[in-house]
Design a protein around this ligand. Structure first.
Ligand code: A3P
Length: 280
């Protein structure tokens, strides 16, 4: 199969993204009360977006809307959204509209085990009508490792955002998909503290219940089905930690470990491997 890619100044985007739109986003007007959810694709964008949206708007149920994705919505639509806005993007740090940084908007960076991301990404593009991709896992794994996919290298994307978070100049909070899976209450409490939102245990329970994989799939998968080749949602697939173990060959495990080492990316072992066997 062949992977269709659009190139803009060294970055690859999917077939539905217009390069002019990405360039125009440089002039995007942020508001101080915007919250921006940043992810590499397949890291839990929909999940974190929904959690954040419930927290910010104090919804007791799932929001009735779809995600407000910078790359996909026209600027005039984004401009007209009421405050406080919860927006999301897959853009790498150098491409983030500057105004989000100038206005010190809250930025949530959601990371996930790249092994699970690679599998999720493979299943995703294989199932998208727009992609016309029918490659094998082995080939896709190499594309992922080399960054020849939309939004390029997961390693560079993650390394750059982690450095920005560590420097502490911007209002960036890093969260992990796996942490929300392992201990939702703690993860969501830390997130709402970052957002400056007070929360009762009851409210956190509402967010937990509403944003469960099953509930989101039931209520939010409809609009994703039209994108799909096989009638199954390309977004709400498994929603699990560790599916990569069903896909990676020993050689792929080794290549991935090597690349992580080369980038000096030492995410917690319990995030990188499985959470099920951990005692605590
Ligand atoms: P899998 O393909 O591993 O199942 P994104 O939103 O960034 O495209 O990420 C999609 C991934 O997040 C998919 O992973 C999907 O199943 C998972 N996901 C979506 N909603 C979720 C939820 N409420 N809880 C846990 N995982 C969820």
């Amino acid at each position: 199969g062949c992977l269709t890619l659009l190139e803009d100044a060294g970055y690859y985007f999917g077939p539905n993204v217009q390069p002019e739109h990405i360039i125009n986003l440089q002039n995007f007007k942020a508001r101080p009360d915007d919250t921006l959810v940043v992810t590499f694709p397949k890291s839990g964008t929909h999940w974190l977006n929904e959690i954040t949206s419930m927290l910010v708007n104090r919804y007791r149920n799932l929001s009735p809307d779809t995600m407000k994705h910078l790359e996909y919505l026209p600027v005039d639509v984004l401009d007209e959204l009421p405050s406080p806005r919860v927006l999301c993007t897959h853009l790498p740090y150098p491409r983030i509209p500057l105004d989000f940084l100038r206005k010190r908007c809250k930025i949530i960076v959601c990371l996930r085990n790249p092994r699970d991301i690679a599998v999720s990404y493979f299943k995703f593009i294989t199932n998208l009508k727009a992609w016309n991709y029918s490659g094998y896992w082995d080939g896709f794994f190499q594309l992922f490792l080399n960054g020849n996919i939309p939004y390029n290298s997961w390693f560079e994307h993650t390394d750059t955002w982690l450095k920005v978070a560590r420097v502490g100049k911007h209002n960036v909070h890093v969260v992990f998909y796996e942490a929300f899976q392992a201990d939702f209450k703690t993860a969501v409490t830390q997130l709402s503290d970052f957002l400056g939102i007070s929360h009762t245990g009851e409210f956190i329970d509402d967010v937990h219940r509403e944003t469960s994989f099953q509930n989101m799939k039931q209520n939010k998968e409809d609009y994703t089905l039209v994108l799909s080749k096989d009638g199954k949602s390309p977004i709400y697939r498994k929603g699990e930690v560790g599916d990569w173990m069903n896909w990676f060959t020993p050689e792929q495990i080794h290549l991935m470990d090597q690349e992580m080492e080369a980038w000096g990316l030492h995410l917690e072992p319990r995030i990188m491997y499985t959470l099920d066997t951990e005692e605590d």
